[in-house]
Design a protein around this ligand. Structure first.
Ligand code: RP5
Length: 167
């Protein structure tokens, strides 16, 4: 992403240890040329920063926030509670419970404060990046076209390689 561009998507995560998962979201945003920012923001270790991030997101021009966390994964829900920007939650695979804890604590929001919850782990992060690009693409034809082209290439690749025994 050109650093001078105003970020449209914020990618936040509870810990540096979430990065190997969350980089898949960032890879997709980069693929689609969506201006974005990346930051560690912890619901438990930096609660004041979390509220500040959520409360300033709209004024700073963000259109989507992707929030990844593991274990007692309160970050996506708490951020969603403090902003009207759509929040996509990525349950990071935890060491103790393989991400089941992360998934349930992100997906089971009370009615009234939605978080769009993705799958556990790498696939969820990847899909969060794609979904964020699709949302941005509603009002950004270049991003919409980039997603369209990528999807077509994905389809073409499957159709061109139907025999799984051939490397
Ligand atoms: C959560 O605790 C983070 O999102 C991370 O997935 C988990 C463990 O964090 P570390 O102890 O590895 O920093 O807040």
């Amino acid at each position: 992403m050109p650093v001078s561009e105003q970020p449209l998507v914020g990618v936040i995560m509870g810990s540096k240890s979430d990065w190997p998962t969350m980089q898949h979201a960032v890879d997709m945003l980069t693929q689609f040329n969506v201006p974005h920012e990346v930051k560690v923001v912890s619901a438990h270790r930096t609660p004041d920063l979390m509220f500040e991030y959520a409360q300033t997101a709209e004024a700073r021009g963000l259109q989507v926030i992707i929030a990844g966390a593991g274990g007692a994964a309160h970050l996506p829900g708490m951020v969603a509670a403090k902003t009207l920007i759509p929040v996509l939650g990525v349950p990071v695979k935890s060491r103790a419970l393989n991400g089941q804890d992360s998934l349930l604590s992100i997906v089971q929001m009370p009615g009234g404060i939605p978080v769009g919850t993705l799958a556990i782990g790498d696939a969820g992060a990847k899909n969060a990046g794609i979904l964020a690009a699709q949302i941005v693409g509603n009002h950004n034809p270049a991003v919409r076209d980039a997603v369209r082209a990528w999807r077509q290439a994905q389809t073409d690749d499957v159709l061109a390689n139907p025999d799984p025994s051939v490397a």
